[in-house]
Design a protein around this ligand. Structure first.
Ligand code: SF4
Length: 205
């Protein structure tokens, strides 16, 4: 749970030396509580206090990474639900959906548009970040994952299926480019949890 400025102040050395760049320990504590500076900026705070404050101010939503290298996409790590409350740490992802029952020409067209899609929005470059591959039932999810890695190497991959076996084969085909595995629900959650441990991939519910 987040600590208040007064709770943080109690753990500071109270030298009021200004070496953290802020004139008083009280003002520094308030800024740490508001997430506007880091506890590490004070050179005199104890390791024990650093651990306590760091743990309490950790984002309630864990950061996850999908893919690797140029394809890596980071999500989560947020401390607020609305951007006007503070700021979002990571951009919202843009994804394109392809399916194992689509013909090759349609898939090629979507992947080309995903690769080319890029625009500037108030100084921030936005692009297509992910390709979601849906198993339409008995399709070659792993084969399609390989195709996406070849044709769209800067895209992180989401694999969607009700079949844990198909997802496992797809994750293995992706290798180090670990995809997000989607489809966990109340019935299959144990199998998905085992799959996540086995493959090192994050899962979506
Ligand atoms: S560096 Fe530490 S002791 Fe000095 S004012 Fe900042 S918080 Fe207080």
């Amino acid at each position: 749970m987040a600590l208040t400025g007064i709770q943080i102040l109690k753990m500071l050395p109270k030298k009021n030396c200004g070496e953290c760049g802020i004139p008083t320990c009280l003002a520094f504590a308030m800024k740490v509580a508001a997430g506007q500076t880091e506890i590490e900026e004070c050179p005199y705070v104890s390791d024990e206090a650093k651990a306590t404050i760091g743990e309490a101010s950790a984002p309630p939503i864990r950061t996850i990474k999908i893919g690797t290298g140029d394809a890596e996409f980071t999500a989560g790590g947020e401390t607020c639900l609305f951007r006007h409350e503070k700021r979002f740490e990571n951009q919202t992802g843009i994804a394109v959906l392809i399916s194992t029952d689509e013909d090759a020409a349609a898939i090629d067209g979507k992947l080309k548009r995903a690769n080319d899609f890029e625009y500037e929005r108030v100084g921030v470059m936005m692009r297509n970040n992910l390709v979601a591959i849906k198993d339409a039932g008995g399709g070659d999810l792993a084969g399609l994952a390989k195709k996406v890695m070849e044709a769209a190497p800067k895209q992180a991959i989401i694999l969607m299926s009700e079949s844990v076996d198909a997802l496992k084969a797809g994750a293995e085909a992706c290798g180090a480019n670990k995809p997000l595995l989607f489809g966990a629900n109340a019935e299959n959650v144990d199998a998905f949890a085992a799959l996540a441990k086995d493959t090192g991939c994050v899962i979506g519910v």
